[in-house]
Design a protein around this ligand. Structure first.
Ligand SMILES: Cc1cc2nc3c(=O)[nH]c(=O)nc-3n(C[C@H](O)[C@H](O)[C@H](O)COP(=O)(O)OP(=O)(O)OC[C@H]3O[C@@H](n4cnc5c(N)ncnc54)[C@H](O)[C@@H]3O)c2cc1C
Length: 662
């Protein structure tokens, strides 16, 4: 298979461990005086956007940052719980840059680009140093060194964490660095602004159209380059662990203006979420993967067992992950753990009222920790109760906020009875296609963080999203953007009365007017829920040809109905969350179709993309490397038509093999 001529990944030549260092030494630079007249727009203030903004401003570029929340601190990154990976090998347990590279490629089911992933592993250690220098309070061992835990798909402990609030602490670090630049006037911040289009002039991206969400006014902004760091699109499923505001709009507008969309069907379903409890829900809650360090997953051995979990004796429990995957046990990657949970529930072994749940049980490790504590404290012959009490304190220290959250939502005390968990939509590996420079197929338009497709292949390993977002922002884009901007030093700022800006703004205005004038009978949420159901049922954890074909037809119909019958309350020239939602759902209604098309095209199973027709006898994903070892990059042809381009994935450093965690 040959790579499409429209896709040039621009991965530097040379040995894998030399590519990035050689690139950095030879990439074109922009001198400090010229940086001051180059303007960069960043859409997004999560970990990817904030870190990029702080870094580029520190380097001397003029930066504008946009976010739709009232403060960059509310970006969805704040929700990240479990941790961030880095190949520091503090545990002396065999970690290395190569091993992180290998785990990530294998974890992604051999559907990621080697050059990018190796670079990610190389810069991972520097991220931790940077964050520590900013004051991020990572957990530490008694002696003061940074502590680590394990995440799925690895056999080493390389995950750095700050209790169950790692994203929040990292974001506060990036936000502080950003605010420093805002204070110095190097970054201009546009909170409560939503980017609604990109503006291309003579084949290059030159700015955006944004809506001031308080006044409803449309604004034009010029930039020599535009960076999209707008996060993931899991909310296309309506129910997900994402913040309710997370959406695809910025990436989708970029896509419609020429940026190819990579691997849209790769969705991560996280195995440990609080199960759906009814139709009233608008959001699902993650129970961090870090819990699988100490929580053991099981279901009763007897189908339909109605006993309470604590009444089921040890020998009547099926620790199915430990049984099926002894080498990785409860820490198999997310796609594998999710499918295994679904398999048990589908076979009738599910627990709880809905029977769509499995147990995550801490009792054994609570006792183990308790015994260690008793030894440490010289308590001889402690009672069982004492051991439990001591162990509970250790578990509380590690995961207290997650346990509290679970209790608040379910009303059950996970210190006393096992948590009930079930898989839920969590992360999107797909996103805007980018080359090694993180540039999309539109010159001057970049994508960072979860908004791009890179690095995670068909399945992201836990704690690798924060790593990738911060790698992109702190350590990659500061170099790669120079490659482009060094050619732009003679380009003066383009006035925003240029016809391309006028036209783009008029189109945005027209769409808003259209949404406001339909005055139909059904709420935006009605359409979003319908779409989510189609996506979950037919393009969720399991997919098949007939279902995907049906889904495409159903989405087309739903989209038509939306544009005839949606009711958007309020006015356009005021703060109007309903209008914001309507625009986002309209974009989801287009994206959903593309996701199904991509899933239908990929006649294999890999990572988060499980096609029922392609599985082994044991129910594992069956790849087809001969025909599908490529990135699917979709070009928008207008009117909901797309053309597929392929980037061949070449594995020169890792032997492509069947993925096994046994
Ligand atoms: C509950 C949960 C827990 C997680 N835990 C972990 C973890 O422990 N470890 C890990 O590695 N990963 C974790 N992840 C994944 C990780 O948090 C995300 O992938 C990552 O934070 C995304 O960062 P980002 O900067 O790309 O985007 P985000 O943080 O989502 O930021 C997006 C930004 O874009 C802005 N934006 C979006 N659209 C527009 C627009 N049209 N106009 C203007 N601004 C816009 C938003 O305002 C926001 O500022 C978790 C995810 C979830 C859902």
């Amino acid at each position: 298979m040959a790579t499409s001529p429209k896709l040039d990944a621009r991965v530097p030549k040379g040995e894998i461990d030399q590519k990035w260092s050689k690139y950095r030494s030879t990439v074109h630079l922009v001198n400090p005086a010229n940086k001051r007249s180059l303007e960069v727009i960043i859409v997004g203030s999560g970990l990817a956007g904030a870190s990029a903004a702080a870094s580029l401003a520190e380097m001397g570029y003029k930066v504008k940052v946009f976010c739709f929340q009232d403060s960059p601190r509310r970006a969805h990154s704040i929700a990240a719980q479990g941790g961030i990976n880095a190949a520091k090998n503090y545990q002396n347990d065999g970690d290395s840059v190569y091993r992180l590279f290998y785990d990530t490629i294998k974890g992604g089911d051999y559907r990621a680009r080697e050059g990018n992933v190796h670079r990610l592993a190389e810069v991972s250690g520097a991220i931790i140093d940077q964050c520590v220098a900013q004051g991020v309070p990572f957990a530490r061992e008694y002696g003061g060194v940074l502590s680590n835990r394990s995440f799925g798909g690895t056999q080493v402990q390389r995950t750095f964490y700050a209790a169950g609030q790692t994203g929040q602490q990292l974001l506060l670090g990036a936000y502080s660095a950003l605010q420093r630049q805002v204070g110095m006037g190097a970054v201009k911040l546009y909170a409560r602004h939503e980017m609604l289009d990109v503006v291309n002039i003579d084949g290059k991206c030159r700015g955006i159209i944004a809506r001031d969400l308080i006044t409803g006014k449309l604004e034009r902004h010029f930039g020599h380059a535009v960076l999209i760091a707008s996060g993931g699109y899991g909310n296309v499923f309506y129910l997900s662990t994402n913040a309710m505001g997370s959406n695809v709009t910025a990436a989708w507008k970029a896509h419609k203006k020429g940026a190819f969309f990579g691997n849209p069907c790769y969705t991560q379903i996280h195995p440990t979420c609080i199960p759906v409890s009814g139709d009233h829900q608008s959001k699902l809650t993650l129970m961090s993967e870090s819990l699988r360090n100490d929580g053991r997953i099981w279901v009763p051995k007897k189908a339909g067992d109605t006993r309470k979990p604590n009444e089921i004796p040890e020998e009547e429990r099926d620790y199915y992950l430990e049984r099926r995957y002894p080498a990785f046990g409860n820490l198999v990657p997310r796609d594998v753990a999710s499918r295994a949970a679904k398999e048990r529930c589908d076979a009738g072994f599910g627990v709880g009222a809905s029977k769509l749940a499995v147990y995550l049980d801490f009792s054994a490790n609570m006792m183990r920790y308790g015994q260690i504590e008793a030894n440490k404290q010289n308590i001889h012959n402690p009672t069982k109760e004492k051991i439990r009490e001591l162990g509970m304190a250790v578990v509380k220290e590690k995961y207290g906020n997650l346990f509290d959250m679970y209790k608040q939502i379910t009303g059950e005390d996970p210190y006393e009875i096992p948590m009930r968990i079930y898989p839920a939509v969590h992360y999107t590996m797909g996103g805007l296609w980018v080359d090694y420079n993180l540039m999309t197929t539109v010159p001057g338009l970049y994508a960072l963080g979860e908004a791009n497709f890179s690095d995670h292949g068909a399945n992201r390993l836990g704690a690798s999203a924060l790593m990738q977002g911060l790698a992109d922002g702190y350590f990659v884009i500061p170099y790669t953007i120079g490659d482009y901007l060094s050619e732009e030093i003679r380009t003066k700022a383009i006035a925003t009365d240029h016809e391309a800006f006028v036209k783009a703004e008029a189109e945005v205005q027209e769409r808003i007017n259209k949404l406001m004038t339909i005055k139909g009978t059904k709420s935006v949420d009605h359409f979003h829920k319908q779409l989510g159901k189609i996506m979950w049922d037919k393009c969720g954890m399991a997919r098949n040809t007939a279902g995907l074909k049906q889904a495409i037809e159903e989405i087309k119909k739903l989209r038509e109905e939306f544009w005839k019958d949606v009711r958007v309350t309020g006015e356009a020239n005021e703060f109007n969350p309903e209008l914001e939602k309507a625009g986002r759902v309209a974009d989801f209604l287009e994206l959903g179709e593309l996701m199904c098309m991509d899933a239908l095209n990929r006649n294999e199973s890999c990572g988060g993309h499980f096609r029922e027709e392609y599985q082994t006898e044991e129910g594992e994903a069956k790849r087809d490397d001969d025909n599908f070892a490529y990135v699917a990059a979709w070009e928008n042809k207008g009117n909901n038509a797309w053309e597929l381009h392929k980037e061949e994935l070449i594995f020169e450093n890792i032997k492509i093999a069947a993925r096994s965690y046994k």
